[in-house]
Write a protein that binds this ligand. Sequence first.
Ligand SMILES: [Zn+2]
Length: 132
Amino acid sequence: MKPKKTEMPDKFKKKLNDEQKNIICDHGTESPFTGKWLYNKDKGVYVCAACGNPLFSSDAKYDSGTGWPSFFKVMNKKSVKLKEDNSMFMKRIEIICNKCGGHLGHVFPDGPMPSGERYCINSLALDFKKKK
Ligand SMILES: [Zn+2]
């Protein structure tokens, strides 16, 4: 079963390049260890690449060893929507931007305590606002 494409307002889509559209609109996954934010250790806020919605604080980022930027919690409850995703013959929880509906990644139950959650996000779906 092919995942359903994201319905996103054109004003957000316009900002994205083809690689980003493949992830955010077509539910793609970037190759592991290729993302530009993977080793970013600066302090700041990760926002949605399409609409600028604040998603994750750098304080919640950790090295999961999986090859994708990983966070143990979202910035606030309104940042993202979680949705069951049964594509690729796996049961996963998809993470969607709550503002524009863009696909960000998946959440897995093997993160560090206390949340025990691992938000596995594509770098291409993120922008970074460095704290000054
Ligand atoms: Zn968004």
